[in-house]
Write a protein that binds this ligand. Structure first.
Ligand SMILES: NC(=O)c1ccc[n+]([C@@H]2O[C@H](COP(=O)([O-])OP(=O)(O)OC[C@H]3O[C@@H](n4cnc5c(N)ncnc54)[C@H](O)[C@@H]3O)[C@@H](O)[C@H]2O)c1
Length: 307
């Protein structure tokens, strides 16, 4: 199948590209490299260097003629979306609309799109399911959710199918330590360099950490299924920040205690999501546990440090 991935030089997009290439698909990537890196780009992908806000992306669609668009490119930093909501909306909303218009013009069959746990800033119950009420505390939460509405509208108006996968906190090799859910990347990077990480709050705050290869697999399965619905893509388990710290420290033999700091304003204390709907639909479940995922992630940071 011909698949176009935006943000394919970034963290999650590059893992999706790797998997789809290994499954024999014909893959192209659009990325502005504002955050992504050429070295992340999988071999055997066709690369188009464009900003998704640029009308020029039409040329990439015209040449490559994708059947499916996997749209990972985004402004992903929550604090930046509060500092500069216009930029966040330009990339995440208008950039997406620019892509959707290309999908319409070039008869793309389907769009697969990642939404985020940042749309649930005040969990009413746990685990969060797809019916949980939304409550946003950032432009990022709003912009990512707005696209869910546009996808529904394009499917009704133009028969463009979609799947929304609402990721929890994704981690793994190639993650930038400044991105959303970057605590695993920060801990791994610091500890492999012998630096003691900081923890904000008492360390008992929890998140749902999903390994990036499980996320890539869910995207691959959505190519031919899960049409016109929203699914959580998560582990259904919560891990506290201190447990995460201990897991990474144990694996590395790092014996220093974290530096404890005052809690950050607005940080959610506990959150995790359920993947029951995705499991009921296609039998997807995460196949990586935290130890296995951390092991592979640490290998990446160790290699990066030694090269
Ligand atoms: N990392 C997480 O935990 C997480 C959780 C939920 C949802 N998501 C979503 O998953 C997607 C991928 O996130 P990631 O963590 O891999 O981030 P990332 O920053 O590693 O990847 C994003 C890619 O998009 C590219 N990009 C950004 N703006 C662009 C633009 N205007 N034009 C073209 N390319 C542009 C960047 O260069 C980068 O390569 C995003 O849509 C994000 O909202 C991520």
């Amino acid at each position: 199948m011909k698949i176009m991935i935006t943000g394919g030089a970034g963290f999650i997009g590059s893992h999706i590209a790797d998997l789809l290439v290994s499954e024999g698909h014909d893959v192209a990537v659009i990325d502005s490299l504002v955050h992504g890196k050429l070295e992340n780009l999988s071999d055997n992908v066709k690369f188009y260097e464009y900003d998704i806000r640029d009308k020029g992306i039409r040329a990439a669609f015209e040449e490559f003629r994708p059947e499916v668009l996997i749209h990972e490119a985004a402004q992903i930093k929550v604090p930046n979306s509060i500092k500069d909501p216009l930029y966040d909306a330009e990339v995440n909303i208008l950039g997406t609309l620019n892509l959707l218009e290309c999908c319409r013009e070039f008869s793309v069959r389907k769009v697969i799109y990642p939404a985020t746990a940042a749309m649930f800033s005040d969990p009413q119950y746990l685990p969060i399911d797809e019916k949980h009420p939304l409550s946003m505390m950032s432009g990022y939460g709003v912009s990512k959710h707005t696209v869910e509405h546009y996808l529904e509208v394009y499917s009704k108006l133009y028969n463009l199918s979609y799947t929304v996968l609402r990721y929890s906190n994704v981690y793994g090799p190639r993650q930038d330590s400044t991105g959303e859910g970057g605590v695993v990347a920060i801990f791994c990077e610091k500890m492999t360099e012998g630096i003691v990480p900081e923890i904000y709050g008492d360390g008992n705050q929890t998140r749902d950490f999903i390994y990036v290869k499980d996320v890539a697999k869910a995207n691959a399965l959505a190519l031919d299924s899960l049409d016109n619905e929203i699914f959580n893509c998560c582990t259904g388990t919560e891990i506290s920040v201190i447990e995460l710290y201990d897991e990474i420290a144990r694996d590395l033999g790092f014996d220093k205690l974290p530096i404890m700091r005052e809690p950050r304003e607005g940080d959610i204390y506990r959150t995790y999501m359920t993947y029951k709907k995705l499991n009921d639909a296609i039998g997807w479940a995460p196949s990586w546990n935290i130890s296995g995922g951390i092991r592979e992630t640490l290998d990446y940071y160790m290699n990066r440090k030694n090269n």
